[in-house]
Design a protein around this ligand. Structure first.
Ligand code: PGA
Length: 254
């Protein structure tokens, strides 16, 4: 089965609206020939509206970095998937390790957010990954299995057909320490096996699993060559249009 690469940029809490617009003006011409891979940019909430306009009818889709599990209500400071869908957002990152570890999101919260995103036709990019302590203790696979089984409990394969998974080892995020292609492949293959146990092999083979954690133009080729790696979720190196375009167009340079 061929899975289309998804090259996703997560800007985290960076870039004002003006900075985001300037980025897109530089970025679009750099990636305009790239039609075989899906390209996503996830700016901060404040820049979504402006970018929705600039990205319309281009080969780059819009992502959001988070959403709430309710459509509306007394949740000061939160943004609902209904609001994101109205803006033309395609993907929403859910359960990023910064949400899990800084903001205390649990597997149960993440499950609620996935359900809410799907309800509004958004495609969730569900993040899983172990901390350094968990890896050192030999618990990587236990943690990944728990995050997947708890986060995806109660869904059917049909519900999750638009799911994207991202394996992001916490020790590799923003640290410059990328997982080797072999370490990443081992974790990706394990996640796919759990998906197969839960939802069947056809489903598991159809789902894209992105790698995230210090992806750069210099290491992207080796990572993307792995059988079970179907794209990248890129933080720091997506902040410059030049470096992210090199990641998106990996292997194409002459
Ligand atoms: P990084 O972040 O590329 O800066 O390590 C990845 C992520 O958090 O998605």
């Amino acid at each position: 089965m061929t899975r289309k690469y998804l090259m996703a940029g997560n800007w985290k809490m960076h870039k004002t609206v003006k900075e985001a617009q300037a980025y897109v003006e530089t970025f679009l011409p750099l990636v305009k020939e790239e039609t075989e891979r899906e390209i996503m940019l996830a700016p901060s909430f404040t820049a979504l509206y402006a970018l929705a306009d600039l990205l319309k009818d281009t080969n780059v889709v819009l992502g959001a970095q988070n959403c709430h599990w309710e459509d509306e209500g007394a949740f000061t400071g939160e943004v609902s998937p209904k609001m994101l869908a109205e803006l033309g957002v395609t993907y929403v990152i859910i359960g990023h390790s910064e949400r899990r570890h800084i903001f205390g999101e649990t597997d149960e919260v993440i499950r609620g957010k996935i359900e809410a995103a799907l309800r509004h036709g958004l495609r969730p990019i569900m993040c899983v990954g172990e901390t350094l302590d968990e890896r050192v203790a030999g618990d990587t696979m236990v943690v990944l299995e728990r995050q997947l089984r708890e986060g995806l409990k109660g869904f059917s394969a049909a519900d999750l057909k638009n799911l994207v998974l991202a394996y992001e080892p916490v020790w590799a995020i923003g640290t410059g320490k990328t997982a080797t292609p072999e370490i990443a492949q081992e974790a990706h293959a394990f996640c796919r096996k759990i998906l197969s146990d839960m939802f069947g092999d056809d489903f598991a083979q159809s789902i894209r699993i992105l790698y995230g954690g210090s992806v750069k133009p210099e290491n992207v080729v080796g990572l993307m060559a792995q059988t079970d790696i179907d794209g990248a979720l890129v933080g720091g190196a997506s902040l410059s249009p030049e470096s992210f375009s090199r990641i998106v167009c990996f292997g194409r340079e002459t």
